[in-house]
Ligand binder design. Structure first.
Ligand code: MRU
Length: 395
């Protein structure tokens, strides 16, 4: 079974489109899908991180509005003029954009969808229905494109590692040689429309028989690594080992010779290559440089923000202190059985009254990044600088 965090059904002759999301707060112990019918529901699901990951956030927001407007089409409630529908779409998109600030994919999707609505409303025969249908078709296209983009990212990344790392070249010659990769946070099917970015590279390396083992960090404080990436790796039968974030240096010291790369995702890549990603990414990049291991960012072009000059201009989301001071999960019986059907317990892990700083992301300077893997190829620095402009001339 293919893992899917986003289940979308287009409209049929009798029913409106529908959207369900996998509630990632309940993973890895419970697989529960939740209906999303309105922008308010999508906004809440994104803010609470029932759905998370830069591309997934953008797609769920886009599709939630498709569902909302699609229901109005079927119920024949869209009696207003084309221009009024365009305005409504713009307002709803702006509202959705306020759900989380750091990932650029949502802002990118909002910008593109506004252009779709504007263009549709400008057509000579435009009606409220035609504007709504143009919006719905564009949102649905985003879901489809994200999966094919991720597969391309996976292939480009796997080939780059094979050709540009000592470990990759060795493994290519002799499949008995070890090739391991470390990743951080969750960048897989749960964070995207499917397959994943950094986890897509791991999947592609595995499919090409180039990977002997993946390591994933726990990714404190939200544990996207231990809860979600570990779940995906186990699901796909990829040999994998979980480490806590603080073990990364020891791992690199021990496994440096067979660790081909650290591959991470991104929430926003600035024009100069500085990259905002899950907190802890910057430390891994420093470690990679110290140990002579390649550090790669895997991200679709929708994550590259040419409008943001450098990392200094990226807003970093700060989240609730309780994410650091408490942990939530199911109880475990004395015999080791996980009580998945009972309500999860919340456990306190810190001294009451302590102040907490909880930035959800950090910015890795471009200097520490060896390559940015996109769906149209891997960008490396030329004369010490990344240049992404030409990526957007390719289809
Ligand atoms: O806070 P999250 O879980 O939304 O953070 C997700 C990450 O930082 C991912 O690494 C990033 O969005 C890339 S997802 C393909």
């Amino acid at each position: 079974m293919v893992l899917q965090a986003i289940l979308y059904e287009p409209a049929s002759t009798s029913s409106p489109p529908s959207l369900r999301i996998l509630d990632q707060l309940l993973l890895p112990h419970r697989t529960t899908y939740e209906q999303v019918s309105t922008c308010e529901e999508a906004h809440a699901a994104i803010k609470q991180m029932k759905v998370r990951g830069a591309p997934a956030i953008a797609i769920v927001a886009a599709l939630a509005l498709a569902v909302e407007i699609g229901a109005m089409v079927v119920a024949k409630k869209l009696s207003d003029a084309a221009e009024v529908v365009k305005e409504r779409l713009n307002q709803r998109l702006e509202y959705l954009k306020t759900s989380r600030p750091t990932a650029v994919n949502l802002g990118d999707a909002v910008g593109k969808l506004k252009i779709v609505a504007k263009t549709a409303a400008l057509q000579p025969e435009a009606t409220s229905d035609s504007v709504a249908q143009a919006y719905i078709a564009a949102a649905e296209r985003m879901l489809i494109d994200d999966v094919s983009d991720n597969k391309a990212i996976g292939e480009h990344g796997a080939r780059w590692i094979e050709q540009n790392t000592t470990v990759g070249r060795r493994r290519k010659q002799d499949k008995g040689q070890e090739l391991k990769v470390l990743t951080h946070c969750n960048t897989g099917s749960l964070a995207t429309a499917g397959y994943g970015t950094a986890l897509g590279v791991i999947r592609s390396l595995r499919a090409a028989d180039m990977l002997s083992r993946a390591y994933c960090t726990e990714t404190r404080p939200y544990n996207q690594g231990s809860r979600l990436t570990a779940y995906e790796l186990v699901h796909d039968h990829i040999p994998a080992t979980l480490i806590t974030d603080s073990m990364a240096c020891a791992l690199l010291a021990k496994e440096g010779d067979c660790l081909a790369a650290i591959v991470v995702g991104a929430d926003r890549v600035a024009a100069n290559g500085d990259t905002a990603n899950k907190i802890g990414t910057h430390s891994l990049a420093v470690l990679a440089r110290h140990h002579g291991v390649k550090f790669l960012v895997a991200a679709p072009r929708t994550t590259i923000d040419l409008g943001t000059a450098s990392g200094q201009d990226i807003t970093i989301e700060e989240r609730a202190p309780e994410e650091v001071t408490r942990i939530k999960g199911p109880k475990i019986n004395p015999d080791g059985r996980i009580l998945v059907d009972e309500d999860a317990e919340v456990i306190s892990t810190a001294a009451d009254g302590i102040d907490v700083w909880n930035p959800a992301f950090d910015v890795t300077p471009a200097d520490l990044i060896d390559g940015v893997i996109t769906e149209v190829g891997v960008v490396v620095k030329v004369e010490g600088r990344f240049e992404f402009g030409s990526l957007f001339q390719k289809s």
